[in-house]
Design a protein around this ligand. Structure first.
Ligand code: IMP
Length: 429
């Protein structure tokens, strides 16, 4: 029938995992289309907390096939660890339920090593990458020297290719006086990984189209967020893939007419991990308050790296940019409960830059770094909202907060989350 695109509308970590998990029940295919194990989605299943990095949120919906699309970069070592863990929680990710597109690229040990080394060498200019080898893998893809998933079909040849890849990486590492990798051990390890995952290889694009042609729904689950998009984010402080709706099209091989819903997930405030401009960033007590102490798994600490996230007020200029570049049809607002008890609330409605006011998001990181936010003040609320299950049950000030977002962005808020549990997401009707 159609593709539902579910994407991050900020700098990632918007709480997409929970929403994806909720929507996965409606889909016959749940697909990742970009990035790799730099992503980290948290799903709460009753008392159990499960983190996914490569496997889409459909893992716990037996009716859904989980697919890794051509636009992804896949680290087989991480995938093995993750599949074992998810299967331990009952996911049953057999080759029938988890498919890897033959055209997805592989993240190999040399990529991971070089990501770490380049970050170290950038010094103060470091991007703050997740050091998962994402940038170097997409670099090889664009240079047309990458290794695609299809190459694991022949384990012996694959082992030789991995050996050559590691030796090539070693040339670079040697030049940089960094420790070298063990090509023999790694090629043996990757031959075993190839044997394990070869049965999962598939033509994901064909699978997706077969599902669409038979009237089924495909959920495209984004990783990272719009402001980390390689083209439209805060370059160079971005990831190396297309995180937006355009990435759904290229990453899965579908046309725009198939995408009928584009859902942007945004937190009720902002957070960012890694370096780069963040106009509404808060330092001190309020920033700490929004971050939480780390005692709860949903506090603002990276789910892949554990790094504390930078936090700040909601930035409507940035959110409108995300709405535009994605063609959002709706917004899901998460973590509204975190704002309870803050008086007054601030939302950024414009940037001031060299004496001029603008509501256009600057993509030049240097210009954005010079922008100062212009805030509107809104009244807060003190009531516990964790048990609200409809808009009218929220305090008037919380309803007004939502209305301001809709008015500024021109996009309706379709769902609100008021706590970490699956049951604490409600539809705004
Ligand atoms: P990379 O994707 O590991 O190359 O990192 C590039 C930038 O994107 C860094 O600032 C990372 O912190 C950020 N990033 C990558 N993946 C995520 C994510 O899933 N959530 C939030 N930030 C991310």
């Amino acid at each position: 029938m159609s593709v539902i695109a579910l994407l991050g509308a900020q700098w990632g970590d918007e709480g997409k995992g929970h929403i994806a998990d909720k929507l996965a029940g409606e889909a016959s295919i749940v697909a990742r289309y970009n990035g790799g194990d730099n992503a980290g989605h948290t799903i709460t299943m009753g008392d159990t907390l499960v983190r996914t990095h490569l496997v889409p949120a459909g893992a716990f919906h037996p009716g859904a096939t989980c697919v890794l699309g051509a636009g992804m970069v896949v680290n087989l070592r991480s995938l093995a660890r993750e599949v074992d863990e998810l299967n331990g929680h009952g996911a049953n990710l057999t080759p029938d339920r988890l498919k890897i597109d033959v055209a997805a690229h592989l993240v190999l040990p040399g990529h991971v090593a070089l990501d770490g080394v380049s970050e170290q060498r950038r010094g103060v200019g470091a991007i703050g990458t997740t050091r998962r080898g994402i940038g170097p893998t997409y670099t090889d893809k664009a240079a047309r020297i990458g290794l695609r998933a299809g190459s694991i079909a022949e384990a012996d040849t694959f082992a030789e290719t991995v050996w050559a890849h590691v030796e090539r990486a070693n040339l670079n590492l040697r030049d940089l006086f960094e420790p070298e990798l063990d090509a023999d051990a790694l090629s043996a390890e990757y031959a075993a990984l190839a044997k394990r995952f070869a049965p999962h290889l598939s033509n994901v694009t064909a699978l997706v189209h077969a599902a669409l042609e038979s009237g089924q729904t495909v959920l495209a689950e984004g990783a990272q967020g719009a402001l980390l998009d390689l083209d439209h984010g805060t370059y160079p402080f971005v990831t190396s893939s297309s995180t937006i709706t355009g990435g759904v099209l290229t990453g899965l091989g579908v046309g725009p007419r198939h995408v009928t819903r584009v859902i942007g997930v945004a937190k009720a405030f902002c957070s960012r991990v890694g370096a780069g401009p963040f106009p509404t960033e808060l330092h001190g007590e309020m920033g700490d308050r929004l971050r939480g102490t780390g005692a709860n798994p949903w506090d603002e600490f990276g789910s892949t790296t554990g790094r504390p996230r930078r936090t700040g007020w909601l930035d409507l200029v940035a959110l409108k940019h995300a709405a535009r570049i994605n063609g959002l049809t709706e917004l899901v607002l998460t973590k509204l409960d975190i704002l309870t008890g803050i008086e007054p609330l601030h939302i950024c409605t414009a940037y001031a830059h060299h004496g001029q006011s603008t509501t256009d998001f600057a993509r030049d990181a240097a210009v954005l770094a010079e922008c100062t936010p212009v805030y509107a003040e809104l009244p807060g609320w003190t009531e516990d909202i964790g048990s609200a299950r409809r808009l009218a049950a929220l305090p008037r000030a919380a309803q007004e907060y939502i209305r301001q977002i809709e008015t500024f962005t021109g996009i309706p808020v379709s769902h609100v989350s008021v706590g970490p549990d699956r049951s604490q997401i409600f539809a705004v009707t």
